[in-house]
Ligand binder design. Structure first.
Ligand SMILES: NC(=O)c1ccc[n+]([C@@H]2O[C@H](COP(=O)([O-])OP(=O)(O)OC[C@H]3O[C@@H](n4cnc5c(N)ncnc54)[C@H](OP(=O)(O)O)[C@@H]3O)[C@@H](O)[C@H]2O)c1
Length: 286
Protein backbone atom coordinates (compact mmCIF):
# COMPACT_ATOMS: atom_id res chain seq x y z
CA UNK A 1 0.00 0.00 0.00
CA UNK A 2 1.48 3.34 -1.03
CA UNK A 3 0.42 6.40 0.96
CA UNK A 4 0.70 9.95 -0.37
CA UNK A 5 0.83 12.81 2.13
CA UNK A 6 0.29 16.17 0.45
CA UNK A 7 1.68 19.48 1.76
CA UNK A 8 4.36 17.36 3.42
CA UNK A 9 6.66 20.38 3.76
CA UNK A 10 4.22 21.96 6.24
CA UNK A 11 4.02 21.50 9.99
CA UNK A 12 1.17 18.99 9.90
CA UNK A 13 2.39 17.03 6.86
CA UNK A 14 5.79 16.40 8.45
CA UNK A 15 4.16 15.17 11.63
CA UNK A 16 1.95 12.80 9.62
CA UNK A 17 5.04 11.34 7.94
CA UNK A 18 6.60 10.95 11.42
CA UNK A 19 3.43 9.26 12.69
CA UNK A 20 3.34 6.84 9.74
CA UNK A 21 6.98 5.86 10.29
CA UNK A 22 6.30 5.44 14.03
CA UNK A 23 3.40 3.11 13.18
CA UNK A 24 5.86 0.93 11.27
CA UNK A 25 4.96 1.96 7.71
CA UNK A 26 8.12 1.41 5.65
CA UNK A 27 9.55 4.69 4.34
CA UNK A 28 9.43 3.17 0.85
CA UNK A 29 5.60 3.01 1.12
CA UNK A 30 5.31 6.75 1.84
CA UNK A 31 5.23 9.47 -0.80
CA UNK A 32 5.65 13.05 0.40
CA UNK A 33 4.08 15.62 -1.92
CA UNK A 34 5.59 19.09 -1.69
CA UNK A 35 5.07 22.21 -3.75
CA UNK A 36 8.81 22.84 -3.39
CA UNK A 37 10.46 19.42 -3.05
CA UNK A 38 13.71 20.92 -1.70
CA UNK A 39 11.78 21.87 1.45
CA UNK A 40 11.32 18.15 2.11
CA UNK A 41 14.97 17.11 1.68
CA UNK A 42 14.98 15.91 5.30
CA UNK A 43 12.12 13.51 4.49
CA UNK A 44 13.99 12.22 1.43
CA UNK A 45 16.99 11.61 3.69
CA UNK A 46 14.77 9.28 5.74
CA UNK A 47 13.98 7.18 2.67
CA UNK A 48 10.60 8.74 1.84
CA UNK A 49 9.98 9.40 -1.86
CA UNK A 50 9.50 13.15 -2.28
CA UNK A 51 7.52 14.29 -5.32
CA UNK A 52 6.54 17.70 -6.60
CA UNK A 53 2.84 18.31 -5.93
CA UNK A 54 1.46 21.82 -6.34
CA UNK A 55 -2.34 22.07 -6.05
CA UNK A 56 -2.23 24.94 -8.56
CA UNK A 57 -0.26 22.97 -11.18
CA UNK A 58 -2.24 19.96 -12.48
CA UNK A 59 0.78 18.80 -14.48
CA UNK A 60 2.36 17.75 -11.16
CA UNK A 61 -0.57 15.48 -10.18
CA UNK A 62 0.01 12.49 -12.51
CA UNK A 63 3.61 11.74 -11.49
CA UNK A 64 2.79 12.38 -7.81
CA UNK A 65 -0.15 9.95 -7.85
CA UNK A 66 1.61 7.16 -9.72
CA UNK A 67 1.15 3.87 -7.82
CA UNK A 68 -0.57 5.61 -4.89
CA UNK A 69 -3.29 3.69 -3.00
CA UNK A 70 -4.41 6.23 -0.39
CA UNK A 71 -4.04 10.01 -0.21
CA UNK A 72 -4.06 12.42 2.71
CA UNK A 73 -5.14 15.75 1.20
CA UNK A 74 -4.05 18.47 3.61
CA UNK A 75 -6.02 21.64 3.02
CA UNK A 76 -4.10 24.41 1.28
CA UNK A 77 -3.63 28.03 2.23
CA UNK A 78 -4.36 29.99 -0.93
CA UNK A 79 -7.55 31.95 -1.69
CA UNK A 80 -8.56 29.62 -4.53
CA UNK A 81 -7.95 26.48 -2.51
CA UNK A 82 -11.41 24.99 -3.12
CA UNK A 83 -10.75 24.80 -6.87
CA UNK A 84 -7.27 23.49 -6.14
CA UNK A 85 -8.58 20.77 -3.83
CA UNK A 86 -11.23 19.80 -6.37
CA UNK A 87 -8.65 19.30 -9.08
CA UNK A 88 -6.50 17.13 -6.80
CA UNK A 89 -9.58 15.05 -5.89
CA UNK A 90 -10.50 14.60 -9.57
CA UNK A 91 -6.96 13.52 -10.38
CA UNK A 92 -6.94 11.07 -7.47
CA UNK A 93 -10.18 9.50 -8.68
CA UNK A 94 -8.84 9.26 -12.25
CA UNK A 95 -5.65 7.65 -10.94
CA UNK A 96 -7.68 4.95 -9.16
CA UNK A 97 -6.88 6.03 -5.60
CA UNK A 98 -8.93 3.82 -3.21
CA UNK A 99 -9.22 6.25 -0.29
CA UNK A 100 -8.97 9.97 0.37
CA UNK A 101 -8.44 11.45 3.81
CA UNK A 102 -9.11 15.19 4.08
CA UNK A 103 -8.33 17.71 6.83
CA UNK A 104 -11.53 19.74 7.19
CA UNK A 105 -12.80 22.18 9.82
CA UNK A 106 -15.31 21.89 12.66
CA UNK A 107 -19.08 21.76 12.20
CA UNK A 108 -18.96 23.11 8.64
CA UNK A 109 -22.48 21.86 7.98
CA UNK A 110 -23.92 23.45 11.14
CA UNK A 111 -22.14 26.78 11.67
CA UNK A 112 -21.84 29.35 8.90
CA UNK A 113 -18.31 30.80 8.72
CA UNK A 114 -15.98 31.79 5.90
CA UNK A 115 -13.21 29.31 6.68
CA UNK A 116 -15.77 26.57 7.13
CA UNK A 117 -17.37 27.25 3.75
CA UNK A 118 -14.12 26.37 1.94
CA UNK A 119 -13.95 23.08 3.75
CA UNK A 120 -17.60 22.28 3.24
CA UNK A 121 -17.18 22.84 -0.51
CA UNK A 122 -14.17 20.52 -0.53
CA UNK A 123 -16.08 17.87 1.43
CA UNK A 124 -18.81 18.11 -1.23
CA UNK A 125 -16.27 17.69 -4.05
CA UNK A 126 -14.89 14.61 -2.34
CA UNK A 127 -18.37 13.12 -1.89
CA UNK A 128 -19.16 13.80 -5.56
CA UNK A 129 -15.96 12.05 -6.62
CA UNK A 130 -17.31 8.76 -5.29
CA UNK A 131 -13.91 7.85 -3.81
CA UNK A 132 -14.13 6.26 -0.35
CA UNK A 133 -13.16 9.01 2.08
CA UNK A 134 -12.45 9.91 5.66
CA UNK A 135 -13.13 13.50 6.63
CA UNK A 136 -11.27 14.62 9.73
CA UNK A 137 -12.83 17.89 10.87
CA UNK A 138 -9.94 19.39 12.79
CA UNK A 139 -10.74 21.68 15.68
CA UNK A 140 -8.07 24.37 16.25
CA UNK A 141 -4.41 23.62 16.72
CA UNK A 142 -3.16 24.62 20.18
CA UNK A 143 -0.18 26.02 18.27
CA UNK A 144 -2.51 28.73 16.88
CA UNK A 145 -2.24 30.41 20.29
CA UNK A 146 1.56 30.54 20.58
CA UNK A 147 1.77 34.10 19.23
CA UNK A 148 -0.96 35.28 21.61
CA UNK A 149 0.83 33.70 24.56
CA UNK A 150 4.17 35.16 23.48
CA UNK A 151 2.52 38.62 23.24
CA UNK A 152 1.00 38.14 26.67
CA UNK A 153 4.51 37.89 28.09
CA UNK A 154 4.78 41.63 27.32
CA UNK A 155 1.19 42.80 27.72
CA UNK A 156 -0.20 40.51 30.43
CA UNK A 157 -3.38 39.98 28.42
CA UNK A 158 -4.92 37.79 25.76
CA UNK A 159 -7.24 39.87 23.62
CA UNK A 160 -10.08 38.33 21.64
CA UNK A 161 -13.71 38.80 20.61
CA UNK A 162 -14.79 35.28 21.41
CA UNK A 163 -16.97 36.06 24.43
CA UNK A 164 -17.47 33.08 26.70
CA UNK A 165 -16.95 30.56 23.92
CA UNK A 166 -14.96 27.38 24.23
CA UNK A 167 -12.31 25.85 21.98
CA UNK A 168 -11.47 22.14 21.95
CA UNK A 169 -7.94 22.56 20.65
CA UNK A 170 -5.38 19.78 20.38
CA UNK A 171 -1.75 19.72 19.34
CA UNK A 172 -0.85 19.17 15.71
CA UNK A 173 0.82 15.89 16.69
CA UNK A 174 -2.53 14.57 17.94
CA UNK A 175 -4.24 15.34 14.62
CA UNK A 176 -1.27 13.88 12.71
CA UNK A 177 -1.58 10.58 14.54
CA UNK A 178 -5.29 10.44 13.69
CA UNK A 179 -4.48 11.00 10.02
CA UNK A 180 -1.98 8.14 10.18
CA UNK A 181 -4.70 5.89 11.66
CA UNK A 182 -7.09 6.91 8.89
CA UNK A 183 -4.49 6.10 6.24
CA UNK A 184 -3.30 2.78 7.62
CA UNK A 185 -6.50 1.13 8.94
CA UNK A 186 -10.07 0.70 7.73
CA UNK A 187 -11.52 1.94 11.02
CA UNK A 188 -12.46 5.39 9.71
CA UNK A 189 -13.34 4.51 6.11
CA UNK A 190 -16.43 6.34 4.91
CA UNK A 191 -16.68 8.43 8.08
CA UNK A 192 -16.74 12.14 8.86
CA UNK A 193 -15.35 12.74 12.33
CA UNK A 194 -15.18 15.93 14.41
CA UNK A 195 -11.74 15.67 15.99
CA UNK A 196 -10.54 17.95 18.76
CA UNK A 197 -9.00 18.01 22.19
CA UNK A 198 -10.53 16.23 25.15
CA UNK A 199 -11.15 19.55 26.92
CA UNK A 200 -13.09 22.50 25.50
CA UNK A 201 -11.52 25.46 27.31
CA UNK A 202 -12.69 29.06 27.68
CA UNK A 203 -10.49 32.09 26.98
CA UNK A 204 -10.30 32.73 30.73
CA UNK A 205 -8.81 29.23 30.98
CA UNK A 206 -6.50 30.01 28.06
CA UNK A 207 -5.26 33.05 30.00
CA UNK A 208 -4.74 30.85 33.08
CA UNK A 209 -2.78 28.37 30.97
CA UNK A 210 -0.68 31.20 29.53
CA UNK A 211 -0.01 32.48 33.06
CA UNK A 212 1.14 29.01 34.12
CA UNK A 213 3.44 28.66 31.11
CA UNK A 214 4.87 32.19 31.41
CA UNK A 215 5.01 32.27 35.20
CA UNK A 216 3.29 35.67 35.34
CA UNK A 217 -0.30 36.94 35.55
CA UNK A 218 -2.31 36.93 32.31
CA UNK A 219 -5.95 37.96 31.90
CA UNK A 220 -8.43 37.64 29.05
CA UNK A 221 -9.60 40.98 27.66
CA UNK A 222 -12.95 40.73 25.87
CA UNK A 223 -13.49 42.87 22.77
CA UNK A 224 -16.61 43.24 20.67
CA UNK A 225 -16.32 42.13 17.04
CA UNK A 226 -16.47 45.83 16.05
CA UNK A 227 -13.62 46.74 18.41
CA UNK A 228 -11.53 43.85 17.08
CA UNK A 229 -12.22 44.81 13.45
CA UNK A 230 -11.28 48.45 14.08
CA UNK A 231 -8.14 47.38 15.96
CA UNK A 232 -7.06 45.16 13.08
CA UNK A 233 -7.60 48.00 10.60
CA UNK A 234 -5.64 50.38 12.83
CA UNK A 235 -2.83 47.80 12.79
CA UNK A 236 -2.72 48.07 8.98
CA UNK A 237 -5.04 45.32 7.72
CA UNK A 238 -7.31 46.25 4.82
CA UNK A 239 -11.05 46.22 5.57
CA UNK A 240 -11.68 42.83 3.88
CA UNK A 241 -8.84 41.07 5.68
CA UNK A 242 -9.83 42.64 9.02
CA UNK A 243 -13.42 41.41 8.54
CA UNK A 244 -12.19 37.93 7.61
CA UNK A 245 -9.94 37.68 10.68
CA UNK A 246 -12.61 39.08 13.01
CA UNK A 247 -15.06 36.64 11.42
CA UNK A 248 -13.01 33.79 12.87
CA UNK A 249 -13.53 35.11 16.41
CA UNK A 250 -17.19 35.61 15.57
CA UNK A 251 -17.48 31.95 14.50
CA UNK A 252 -15.75 30.87 17.71
CA UNK A 253 -18.13 33.09 19.72
CA UNK A 254 -21.04 31.33 17.97
CA UNK A 255 -19.74 27.96 19.13
CA UNK A 256 -17.96 26.61 16.03
CA UNK A 257 -15.13 25.10 18.09
CA UNK A 258 -16.82 24.47 21.42
CA UNK A 259 -17.79 20.81 21.20
CA UNK A 260 -15.77 17.70 21.89
CA UNK A 261 -16.82 14.08 22.27
CA UNK A 262 -13.43 12.46 22.78
CA UNK A 263 -13.26 11.06 19.22
CA UNK A 264 -9.67 12.17 18.71
CA UNK A 265 -8.34 10.51 21.84
CA UNK A 266 -10.25 7.33 20.99
CA UNK A 267 -8.74 7.28 17.49
CA UNK A 268 -5.17 7.82 18.68
CA UNK A 269 -5.53 5.59 21.74
CA UNK A 270 -4.35 8.15 24.31
CA UNK A 271 -5.58 11.44 25.78
CA UNK A 272 -5.01 14.49 23.61
CA UNK A 273 -2.19 16.85 24.61
CA UNK A 274 -3.41 19.14 27.42
CA UNK A 275 -3.49 22.88 26.70
CA UNK A 276 -0.65 23.85 29.07
CA UNK A 277 1.58 21.08 27.76
CA UNK A 278 0.81 21.95 24.14
CA UNK A 279 1.62 25.63 24.70
CA UNK A 280 4.80 24.81 26.63
CA UNK A 281 6.05 22.38 23.98
CA UNK A 282 5.11 24.75 21.14
CA UNK A 283 6.96 27.69 22.67
CA UNK A 284 10.00 25.53 23.46
CA UNK A 285 10.15 24.36 19.82
CA UNK A 286 10.37 27.93 18.51
N1 LIG B 1 -7.19 23.65 12.39
C1 LIG B 1 -6.36 24.65 12.55
O1 LIG B 1 -6.22 25.22 13.63
C2 LIG B 1 -5.50 25.12 11.40
C3 LIG B 1 -4.57 26.14 11.61
C4 LIG B 1 -3.76 26.53 10.56
C5 LIG B 1 -3.90 25.92 9.31
N2 LIG B 1 -4.83 24.95 9.14
C6 LIG B 1 -5.00 24.25 7.85
O2 LIG B 1 -4.28 23.03 7.96
C7 LIG B 1 -3.27 22.94 6.93
C8 LIG B 1 -2.02 22.31 7.49
O3 LIG B 1 -1.56 23.10 8.57
P1 LIG B 1 -0.01 23.36 8.81
O4 LIG B 1 0.14 23.77 10.19
O5 LIG B 1 0.81 22.21 8.29
O6 LIG B 1 0.24 24.62 7.85
P2 LIG B 1 1.63 25.13 7.29
O7 LIG B 1 2.76 24.71 8.14
O8 LIG B 1 1.44 26.58 6.98
O9 LIG B 1 1.77 24.34 5.92
C9 LIG B 1 0.90 24.59 4.85
C10 LIG B 1 1.30 23.62 3.76
O10 LIG B 1 0.43 23.79 2.66
C11 LIG B 1 1.25 23.78 1.49
N3 LIG B 1 0.59 24.42 0.39
C12 LIG B 1 0.00 25.64 0.33
N4 LIG B 1 -0.44 25.87 -0.91
C13 LIG B 1 -0.12 24.77 -1.65
C14 LIG B 1 -0.29 24.41 -3.01
N5 LIG B 1 -0.85 25.26 -3.89
N6 LIG B 1 0.15 23.21 -3.41
C15 LIG B 1 0.72 22.36 -2.55
N7 LIG B 1 0.95 22.64 -1.26
C16 LIG B 1 0.52 23.84 -0.83
C17 LIG B 1 2.50 24.52 1.92
O11 LIG B 1 3.54 24.33 0.99
P3 LIG B 1 4.87 25.26 1.04
O12 LIG B 1 5.76 24.65 2.11
O13 LIG B 1 5.42 25.14 -0.32
O14 LIG B 1 4.42 26.66 1.37
C18 LIG B 1 2.73 23.83 3.25
O15 LIG B 1 3.35 22.58 3.08
C19 LIG B 1 -3.08 24.38 6.46
O16 LIG B 1 -2.64 24.39 5.13
C20 LIG B 1 -4.45 24.99 6.65
O17 LIG B 1 -5.30 24.72 5.54
C21 LIG B 1 -5.61 24.52 10.16
Amino acid sequence: MTLLVTAASGHLGRLVVDALLERGVPASDIVAGARTPAKADDLAARGVRVVELDYARPETFGPALEGVTRVLLISGTEPDRVAQHRSVVDAARAAGVERLVYTSAPRVDEVDYALGADHEATERAIAESGVSATILRHNWYTENYLDAVARAADTGEIVAATGDARVASASRRDYAEAAAVALTTDDLAGRTVEVGGDVAWTYDELAEAAAEVLGQPVTYTRLSIEQLTEGLKAAGLDAGTAAFVAGIDDAIARGALGETDGSLSRIIGRPTTPLVQGLREGLAAR
